[in-house]
Design a protein around this ligand. Structure first.
Ligand code: 13P
Length: 256
């Protein structure tokens, strides 16, 4: 079955509201011609979500947040809940990004709790998994992504998981300019899909979109996304430049 590619821009901790609006207005004009052939998503910081939501009205761009807490409300100073993100127009929430695992103590268990909160608010998670350089060099890549995937999906059934997006982001490729080769990406993506088949079944695993992330740029995007199990990209640095992000969107492999 054909999966619609999904290209998402993770802006991380970048862009004031004013800067966000400039970027989104530029991107909007540049990606309109892909219409619904490629799903285009932007993940600005929390502060810019309402303004960006308004700026993408009646466009083919969707909105994502970069994280959320698992409780709905309460005495959790500094946290943002999934219902708050739904209210401002998000469709997706990025969960378990390696920067959150690295700097903010995210674990497979807290990832799973956040995914549950996202689903309870009728949002969809983009679940990030990926190995560190030491894990890759130690030959543990497949074991690590299997553990992260299984942990994140614990308690979900196939019908729910079929709509989730998985982002394979090798930590050593993030922000380094050193992307995985397309065959390294394909190997891990195929493994992730096999794991989804064993957790659920083949019909489900064929529906799940698996993005690649880590130094995706206009000049490597088409090669990475040409692989059969690479269903789009999660783009960091290059999503902050309208022309680069639009070029990556246009590089997505579209099944005819
Ligand atoms: P870069 O594209 O800057 O390497 O970041 C990738 C990423 O972390 C997207 O979530």
């Amino acid at each position: 079955m054909a999966r619609r590619p999904i290209v998402a821009g993770n802006w991380k901790m970048n862009k004031t509201v004013g800067e966000a609006l400039t970027l989104v207005r530029e991107v909007r004009g540049m990606v309109s011609m892909v219409r619904d052939k490629v799903e285009v998503v932007m993940a600005p910081p929390f502060t810019a979500l309402p303004a960006v939501a308004k700026a993408i009205e009646d466009s083919n761009i969707g909105l994502a947040a970069q994280n959320c807490f698992w409780e709905v409300s309460g005495a959790y100073t500094g946290e943002i809940s999934a219902p708050m993100l739904a209210e401002v127009g998000c469709t997706y929430v990025i969960i378990g990004h390696s920067e959150r695992r690295q700097h903010f103590g995210e674990t497979d268990e807290t990832v799973n709790r956040r995914v549950k909160a996202v689903v309870d608010s009728e949002l969809l998670p983009i679940i990030c998994i990926g190995e560190t350089l030491a894990e890759r060099e130690g030959g543990r890549t497949l074991e690590v992504v299997t553990r992260q995937l299984t942990g994140a999906l614990s308690g979900f059934d196939g019908a729910q998981a079929a709509r989730f997006v998985i982002a394979y982001e090798p930590v050593w490729a993030i922000g380094t300019g050193r992307n995985a080769t397309s065959s390294q990406a394909q190997e891990v993506h195929a493994h992730i899909r096999e794991q989804l088949t064993s957790l659920f079944d083949r019909e489900i695993s064929q529906q799940v979109r698996i993005q690649y992330g880590g130094s995706v740029k206009p000049d490597n995007a088409a090669d990475l996304m040409s692989k059969p199990d690479v269903d789009g990209a999660l783009v960091g640095g290059a999503s902050l430049k309208a022309a680069d992000f639009a070029a990556i969107v246009k590089a997505a492999r579209v099944e005819s």
